[in-house]
Design a protein around this ligand. Sequence first.
Ligand SMILES: [Zn+2]
Length: 236
Amino acid sequence: MTSEATSHILAIGGHAGDMDLTAGAVIAKYTQAGHRATFLHLTPGEKGHPRLTPEDYGKQKVEEAHRFAEIVGADVRFLAYKDAELPVDEEVKYEVADVIREVKPDILITHWHGSIHKDHANTHYIVEDARFYAGLKTIERALPAHYAAKLYYADNWEDPYDFHPEVFVDIPEDAYNTWVKAMNVYAYARGETYGFPFIEYYQALTIVRGAPAGFKRAQAFAVPRGALSQRVQYLK
Ligand SMILES: [Zn+2]
């Protein structure tokens, strides 16, 4: 750590695991450098198991999310929405805005909108308005306004439509190893629900995103329209 101000990343995903896999290596890098990170999962993703009931799998997902966050040195919290039933309405936008005002992140990471999952696309639109509401001083809530200066969209194989990564973050070996260890707490990531090899996919993706940027490994992000391509060590 230098004398520069400490960053705080708030990663907001539709289901527990989404931000963990797509941004977890960057988050491990940040926490290992003395910065802070918080996951906010809008649902547990409890309907994604072919054998367990949503109730049982929901409990398991919440436990897995806490273990993941502990390994990468982040905080974790949930909103009380149900998998596949996440609405885009003012209530959820204000709930997320309140978390932004409380956590006071300078960096937000969330889903790209071009997704095969409605919860992912809905999360994208919720976060865009929540960021605006959180930052607007004239919207009175329990906590004062906070504007999260930067917004990035994670590189998720389920959110591929019109996704153009423009920011490539170098992933050092320690952060990579921590993230891989953490991913293994999720049964679905280990391929135990529907067989998709999440861990291998996201490991390989760090090579795919790193090589063109001249890094051994990278996680990549899209940015809101108008931002320029950047090759960076940290999200700024
Ligand atoms: Zn998801």
